[in-house]
Design a protein around this ligand. Structure first.
Ligand SMILES: *Cc1c(COP(=O)(O)O)cnc(C)c1O
Length: 339
């Protein structure tokens, strides 16, 4: 088994703790893993992936980093910060329309001095080639490209390590976990967790809540997870294999579309804030925790199960989404009635 290089960016291990108030309201023991506290410009799950991706960029002698995403991409925000920390020039290819207000994640991109290239999402592939070409002509060298969400066979290593980290924490506390529930979008977090589960013999069932049904134009998220786990197991000679049946991806909560806030997300954000004093985000963790609340209401899990919600970050988007989250701005909706 081989291991890719890694740099230190985040603060690990992230805390695991019980959700005391919510555990009293449901016939389950609820826990949370706080990857919203990984550090690096407000933290989030991309910090773990970037420890491997930046190491790879440095190994290849890169001087510039290019990545891509939505204007409110958490991945772009964290990648730009990681690039700066290692003296790399940060470029972001962002999808039009350009917002009128630079708020939330894109405001932080600006603080980092990000060079932004606006493109139409459906012209991404051809536009990316152009942007990469311009940077190459300018620097006399290829920029290092990080795919959307950092979800490739390098980035997923962050979540192989994360499972090792959780396993150690659970051994030390003597706590057993039956289910891990989290937001799965570009698939790298999910892929790393699945490999980590097999490598480190973690018993818990790993359940991804699919966030974006149109994540990849040419394949499903399920297919992408399978592909990158296969690349990783082959490239790094890992003694495990991931089959289609290992990938549990619940698709029924993505119908509203990516980044569309409904009562599911609003209710989840209010519930977590008002019961536990913890902030979720409107796009990923709000949707995934809303799904978990719904699954618990439907008794999807056997009574008495120990369930861990893996918080993946994203809170800066709360500010950019304020109009869709705070009821004073939603005519005909009463803030208090949502919870
Ligand atoms: C990117 C992201 C996810 C999804 O992780 P993937 O590895 O892309 O599946 C979940 N939550 C937040 C807050 C994110 O930024």
């Amino acid at each position: 088994m081989k291991h890719p290089d890694k740099v230190n960016i985040g603060f690990f291990p992230t805390p695991v703790h019980k959700l005391e108030t919510l555990s009293k309201k449901y016939p389950y023991n609820l826990f949370i893993k706080r990857d919203d506290l990984t550090g690096l410009a407000f933290g989030g799950n991309k910090t773990r992936k970037l420890e491997y991706l930046i190491a790879d960029a440095l190994d290849k002698g890169a001087r510039t980093i290019v990545t891509e995403g939505a204007a409110q991409s958490n991945h772009v925000r964290q990648t730009m910060a990681a690039a700066r920390k290692f003296g790399l020039e940060p470029h972001a290819i962002l999808f039009k329309p350009e917002p009128e207000d630079y708020d939330g994640n894109i405001l932080i991109d600006m603080f980092m001095g990000t060079k932004i290239h606006w493109v139409k999402r459906d012209e991404l592939y051809s536009e990316r080639i152009k942007v990469m070409g311009v940077i190459r002509d300018c620097h006399g060298q290829d920029p290092y490209f990080i795919p959307m969400g950092g979800s490739n066979e390098i980035g997923l290593w962050g979540y192989i390590d994360a499972i090792d980290e959780l396993k150690t924490q659970l051994e030390m506390s003597g706590q057993k976990i039956d289910y891990i529930v989290f937001a799965s979008s570009s698939g790298g977090t999910h892929a790393g967790m699945l490999i980590g589960k097999k490598l480190y013999y973690l018993q818990a069932q790993i359940i991804g809540i699919e966030i974006d049904k149109n994540m990849y134009p040419d394949k499903t998220v399920h297919d992408h997870i399978k592909t990158i786990t296969q690349y990783a197991t082959a490239d790094f000679e890992l003694p495990v294999s991931i089959d289609g049946e290992d990938i549990i991806l619940i698709e029924e909560y993505n119908e509203a579309g990516y980044g569309v806030v409904t009562d599911l997300e609003r209710n989840a954000i209010y519930t977590m804030a008002r019961q536990e004093g913890i902030l979720l985000d409107p796009v990923y963790t709000g949707r995934a925790f809303g799904a978990l609340l719904n699954l618990m209401d439907k008794k999807y899990f056997p009574e008495g199960s120990n369930i861990l919600f893996w918080h993946t970050g994203g809170q800066p988007a709360l500010f950019a989404y304020r109009d869709r989250l705070f009821t004073r701005h939603i005519p005909g909706k009463d803030n208090e009635n949502l919870v």
